[in-house]
Design a protein. Structure first.
Length: 296
């Protein structure tokens, strides 16, 4: 038991737009080389490893754009600044297809490992890279590795962001306190709705080599989709083009999108669209503070 933090269940006042009962966002983290270089800069010398990551922008993104075009939905693409610098034409192709581009660090840094000053430098560098590559000013941020810091919300608010998509404490949107009475929208995520864990294997870097079948993975995601719809929640699926851009996995994703489209009252939207809706609701921000331990 503790009475120290003052954290509470979510405040009431949340509702989906008239005629809808739940929402789904199909999101794509275009990590490419950045996520691996952040883990081990020496992996730049491993050409096969770099090519595994290049599969994302070179092959996965074009294939996934075709999936989104065939199903006529808009996705949200979280792009590290380094990816934008290395693959500017690919980022422009995402923009030109009408999808949302959002911020995902510069070199896929864990914000929790940075000082507040360093975190701000990374945020600004990422913004500059997205602007230079595609003239985009993102409204949303997703912490690389889903490692936000206790400074992230305030930093995002100061730089004019509308939403964050990095936290895991519930399964519908809320207002996240950003200090001094301010807030921004939180669109929660979870590892079980991420394709990295079941699909990715890079020797010495990530995964066990036990690569899951898209049949099983999509079935698991569909279970969560159905239950979140029943609960009136937000389904945020996170796919990486280097992983889910592969042929049978992209086909599985397309089947899941079509299944979602057949659900009555499910709003399929970009993260920015959902955040804009949440901004209209009269809900009190969540104002959790960093846990304080007293070990004596
Ligand atoms: Zn990422």
């Amino acid at each position: 038991m503790t009475d120290a933090a003052g954290s509470e269940p979510l405040a009431s006042g949340f509702a989906w737009p008239a005629g809808t009962r739940a929402a789904a966002c199909f999101t794509f983290d275009v990590d490419a080389e950045s996520a691996i270089l952040a883990i081990d800069p020496a992996s730049a010398g491993r050409r096969s490893v770099m090519s595994h990551q290049a599969y994302g922008p070179r092959t996965g993104v074009p294939r996934l754009l075709r999936v989104l075009d065939r199903t006529a939905i808009k996705g949200t693409f979280f792009v590290p600044g380094y990816t934008a610098e290395r693959w500017p034409g690919v980022i422009r192709s995402i923009r030109d297809a009408g999808h949302e581009i959002a911020h995902h660090g510069y070199l896929h840094e864990s914000a929790a490992a940075l000082s507040p000053e360093a975190e701000e430098r990374v945020l600004v560098r990422g913004l500059a890279a997205l602007d230079a590559a595609a003239g985009v000013r993102p409204s949303g941020w997703r912490a690389p590795m889903w490692e936000a810091s206790w400074s992230s919300a305030g930093l995002l608010h100061r730089h004019g962001f509308r939403y964050d998509s990095s936290l895991m404490d519930t399964d519908r949107p809320y207002q996240l306190g950003a200090g001094n009475g301010t807030s921004l929208v939180e669109l929660p995520i979870h590892w079980s709705l991420d394709d990295w864990e079941p699909y990715v294997y890079l020797p010495d870097l990530s995964g066990s080599g036990a690569i899951a079948s898209p049949v099983d993975v999509v079935a698991r995601w569909a279970l969560e989709l159905d239950e979140l719809v029943a609960e009136g929640g937000l389904f945020v699926l996170t796919n990486h083009p280097f992983a889910s851009g592969r042929a049978s996995r992209a086909a599985g994703l397309e089947a899941l999108i079509r299944r979602a489209q057949a659900i009555d009252g499910l709003w399929i939207a970009t993260c920015d669209e959902v955040a804009r809706w949440v901004e209209t609701l009269p809900i009190e921000p969540v104002a959790d503070e960093r846990p304080v331990l007293s070990l004596d």
